[in-house]
Design a protein around this ligand. Structure first.
Ligand SMILES: Nc1nc2c(ncn2[C@@H]2O[C@@H]3COP(=O)(O)O[C@H]4[C@@H](O)[C@H](n5cnc6c(=O)[nH]c(N)nc65)O[C@@H]4COP(=O)(O)O[C@H]3[C@H]2O)c(=O)[nH]1
Length: 492
């Protein structure tokens, strides 16, 4: 027992209380709690002013403060940890299945920021009551902090019951809630750790938290079980994240160029700029290995600036050296379009590199535009007004809706590689490609076919009056020097 406590118990309540086991436990816990919170002294004095008749009531109040969350009334973190430790001790003697579930409310910050903290608080109370209504009395639900909750499932008949309970809870949140007139729909990212021999309370909680992050990566509104593979994956992601931050500072990215070819003349008319990362340890790293994380974390905004700058510098150099080319195409991500300073940074790069905007083309995908249609349209209108060309990448894999195409300030459609792969064997692909080309032409748009690898594919595209293509048939993406050689060879 804490020395100060001992002294105060002796002074306030008498020596005999020192032997009271219940009281010792109670005070030790309270002492622990407030030592952490730096409020030990105040609470101890409060606790010891009481006489024995008042002790029970004061105990209850103090216990409430120390072990329960004041907003939701749920068990708090401290008590949950103690209960979990106790349960783990019990299962050494009496074997049974237990699991810890870690819950995080998806996008809670947005709700708090937009609707205010009072609504956020009400929502957390509703969340608590709703989860409570879906669990058994032997389970313990606690508020971990902020918008995080933990659940201890005790005495599970079968491990699979964890999934059933998680799905049941998800189902309880499938309909929106009415919080003081605001209709709010929420979901959870859930991580599950099923107890395995030797695990400590801390490990169980940490593992459930790691599994919760996997659910976030899956796109939220999901539950995931902890496995040692996940742990490796999360560690690898953390490492990738750290090296990506360094890569931006150290400018470790290079830009390759894939030729775009006029089908009628066979001449290279432009190129698509494709980023590569020269990782200091792993070397040449392809976009699929880092672009998804860069998009998720928002680093794509800075990487995009570096790629755009390099592409504009190289295009200007090519034009100044006498190469006859029409365009340099650069991929855009949704995060870039959303970024407030994006249009200004494009303007700055065009100014500093002195590239005429009519040579620059931005590629956007249908899916990206549909996610934020109004805002995307307004940014694309501004870019178009600067004189930049806009094209739709991966066409045919998203919405492919005529009405939205009509509204967008685009000049070119890039037919997705998946329609070209078997165009020389599959009549359906020929029909789809024919329809896309006819529709694009009727809207006054040019068409480029992606992923052309064979002469037989090119022949069909020629018959279908597709203007240009890109693909390994001409060249893989190459460094600027090699691109220059290709243009010299092909265009003379
Ligand atoms: N098998 C095969 N593949 C072909 C052929 N022709 C082209 N490709 C590949 O198809 C991808 C075309 O780029 P994308 O659709 O814009 O798809 C790009 C784009 O979405 C993204 N990406 C690349 N660079 C950037 C960038 O600077 N910014 C952003 N936001 N995304 C980028 O990464 C994706 C993949 O880029 P890459 O790995 O360079 O892969 C490139 C290219 O190498 C072919 O004939 N056969």
């Amino acid at each position: 027992m804490h020395r100060l406590l001992k002294r105060q118990i002796k002074k306030g309540l008498g020596e005999e209380y020192l032997e009271d086991e219940k009281l010792q436990n109670f005070f030790t816990l309270i002492g622990d709690y407030y030592v952490e919170k730096d409020k030990e002294r105040i609470l101890l004095e409060n606790a010891l002013v009481v006489n024995s008749a008042e002790l029970t009531e004061t105990n209850t109040q103090l216990q409430n403060m120390a072990f329960f969350d004041s907003l939701t009334g749920l068990t708090n973190r401290k008590l949950f940890e103690k209960e979990l430790e106790l349960t783990l001790k019990q299962i050494q003697r009496n074997k049974r299945n237990i699991a810890v579930l870690f819950f995080d409310v998806d996008h809670f910050k947005t709700i708090n920021d937009t609707l205010g903290h009072d609504i956020g608080d009400e929502l957390l109370i509703t969340v608590s009551r709703t989860i409570e209504s879906r669990i058994r009395s032997c389970d313990t639900l606690a508020r971990w902090g902020g918008d995080e909750f933990v659940l201890l499932l005790d005495d599970l008949a079968h491990i699979d019951d964890c999934s059933i309970i998680a799905e049941n809870i998800q189902k309880a949140f499938s309909e929106p809630f009415d919080i003081e007139g605001h209709i709010i729909k929420i979901s959870f990212s859930i991580g599950i750790n099923v107890y395995e021999d030797g695990q400590t309370a801390l490990q169980m909680l940490k593992n459930a938290d790691i599994a919760m992050y996997l659910s976030k990566e899956k796109g939220r509104d999901a539950y995931s079980f902890f496995t040692s593979d996940i742990s490796k994956q999360i560690l690898a992601d953390q490492k990738l994240n750290e090296s990506l931050i360094k890569a931006i500072d150290n400018k470790e990215f290079i830009v390759l160029y894939q030729p775009q070819v006029d089908i009628a003349t066979g001449k290279i008319t432009g190129a698509e700029a494709l980023v590569r990362w020269i990782h200091p340890e792993h070397g040449f790293t392809m976009p699929f290995e880092f672009i998804p994380l860069a998009e998720e974390k928002g680093y794509i905004v800075e990487i995009g600036v570096q790629v755009l700058e390099q592409a504009c510098i190289d295009m200007k150099m090519l034009l100044d050296s006498g190469y006859v080319l029409n365009n340099i195409a650069v991929n855009l991500s949704l995060k870039q379009i959303r970024h407030q300073g994006f249009v200004q940074s494009v303007q700055n790069i065009l100014n500093s590199t002195s590239l005429n905007p009519s040579y620059l083309e931005f590629e956007v995908t249908e899916t990206m535009i549909m996610k934020e249609y109004e805002h995307a349209c307004s940014v694309l209108d501004t870019l178009r007004n600067l004189g930049i060309t806009l094209s739709i990448d991966d066409f045919g894999t998203g919405y492919s809706s005529l009405s939205y195409l009509k509204r967008l300030p685009i000049q070119k459609i890039k037919i997705d590689k998946s329609f070209i792969d078997e165009i020389d064997r599959d009549e359906n692909d020929v029909e789809i490609t024919k329809a896309i080309i006819a529709m694009s032409h009727s809207l006054g748009l040019k068409v480029l076919a992606e992923g052309v690898e064979e002469e037989s594919q090119l022949q069909i595209l020629r018959q279908l009056k597709c203007e240009s293509y890109q693909g390994y048939y001409c060249s893989k993406p190459v460094a600027i020097q090699e691109f220059k050689t290709l243009v010299q060879k092909q265009n003379t």
